[in-house]
Design a protein. Structure first.
Length: 182
């Protein structure tokens, strides 16, 4: 893929429920637009020298959310313009969504249907600490639907909303690039 120079005046931040494709889209955009991509969860793992699952299991979700917030603030304050893919819950805790919106207007919500998310997440549930005990696709759909309902008010604050239904990574990425370069 040919690289393009994209002049942005602030970070590009991707939000949405786990499994919606934020990391894949961010990598695509970073490669296409010659930007540095940081996945917040990977950043936390590298900085903490332990997995997200270990942090959840040993310290609990509240401690994870405190750690997550500290690294979010660190990255938002970076002078280098980044494309950040955030964890599904990141915008929903503390006043993180306001911090995000105050740092950039390039906040994009990748909206993916519940049934698509539940199928994807059931296949990879062992890698996700909040999901590994869910034992059927129906229970996964129920879990995802409830969670999405709770998180939608935060996600809907994004400046740009992308409906990812029946779109591939390239199409979603190009739609985001078109929106933010207007």
């Amino acid at each position: 893929m040919e690289k393009h120079s994209l002049t942005i005046n602030s970070h590009i931040i991707l939000i949405g429920y786990m499994g919606c494709g934020k990391s894949s889209v961010a990598k695509y955009i970073a490669n296409f637009a010659d930007l540095k991509h940081i996945d917040l969860d990977e950043y936390i793992v590298n900085k903490e020298s332990r997995s997200i699952s270990d942090i959840f299991n040993l310290s609990g979700e509240l401690e994870f959310r405190k750690i997550e917030r500290a690294y979010l603030i660190e990255l938002l304050n970076s002078r280098e313009k980044l494309i950040l893919s955030l964890g599904g819950g990141t915008p929903c805790y503390y006043d993180n969504i306001n911090l995000i919106l105050n740092s950039t207007k390039n906040v994009c919500f990748i909206n993916t249907p519940n049934n698509v998310l539940s199928k994807r997440l059931f296949k990879e549930k062992s890698k996700r600490p909040l999901l590994n005990s869910i034992d059927s696709e129906n229970k996964m759909l129920e879990y995802v639907s409830k969670h999405l309902f709770e998180r939608m008010p935060f996600y809907n604050k994004a400046c740009f909303k992308i409906n990812s239904k029946e779109k591939n990574i390239s199409e979603i990425s190009r739609e985001i690039l078109k929106m933010i370069s207007l």
